[in-house]
Design a protein around this ligand. Structure first.
Ligand code: C5P
Length: 218
């Protein structure tokens, strides 16, 4: 068998990145956070003060920008970006940038190149359906909206960001709506993906479950 491909998709706050990262650690393979790539580009769009509905300018910017990943870190034009791509401002705008097909194609090319060279656990919205349609394992993670919002809210409080719970719920719902309704590579469960509802489940239990599924399948 060539490189192992594990695709983990699902809506915002379903626990994808925490779980995907731990799973990759256990399997000793590369973890790719594709959301971080869309976030990094959105960060640059906002920094350059480009209007969020200026599609052509955003496409041009995407073409002229170098996005690289190294050990789970994202670099934009050679600069490491970490917390700045997790800001509420970036979160609010990222789905608008991510719905542009030309932008997606640029980032998907990069994602596929990484998967061609390494065994990966890749998390996102369209990994099992579009980026890696032949992935060996496909998991669709979900959780109740209350739980997803609660996780995000706790995360933001820990970072001392000012926000109220209702705003977090609304922001998650809005992002999921745009991600699900976009025309090109929307958020949808792949027909052959296994659904895991993480509501009330411990991270370790979910990681163990996916590791077992992987073992049984290979
Ligand atoms: O995973 P995360 O919540 O950081 O993703 C941020 C946003 O990036 C998503 O809401 C979605 O708009 C976009 N995204 C995407 N396709 C992916 C990963 C993320 O459209 N594969």
């Amino acid at each position: 068998m060539g490189n192992l491909q594990i695709a983990i998709d699902g809506p915002a706050g379903a626990g994808k990145s925490t779980i995907a990262k731990k799973l990759a650690e256990r399997l000793n393979i590369t973890y790719i956070d594709t959301g971080a790539m869309y976030r990094a580009l959105t960060y640059k769009v906002l920094k350059e003060k480009i209007e969020i509905n200026s599609k052509d300018k955003i496409i041009k910017l995407a073409e002229d920008t170098s996005i690289t990943l190294l050990h789970e870190d994202v670099y934009i034009d050679g600069h490491l970006v970490k917390e700045e791509i997790r800001s509420q401002e970036v979160t609010k705008h990222v789905s608008y940038v991510a719905q542009i097909p030309e932008v997606r194609k640029i980032l998907v090319d990069l994602q596929r190149k990484i998967a061609a060279d390494h065994s990966v656990v890749m998390d996102g919205r369209d990994i099992g359906t579009y980026v890696l349609p032949n992935a060996h394992i496909k998991v669709f993670l979900t959780a109740s909206i209350e739980e997803r919002a609660n996780r995000r809210y706790t995360e933001l409080l820990q970072k001392q960001q000012q926000i109220n719970f209702t705003d977090v719920i609304n922001s998650i719902k809005e992002r999921d709506k745009i991600d699900t309704e976009r025309e090109f590579a929307p958020l949808v469960k792949a027909a052959d993906a296994i659904i895991i509802d993480t509501t009330g489940l411990d991270v370790e239990v979910v990681v163990e479950k996916i590791q077992q599924i992987t073992k049984n399948k290979l």
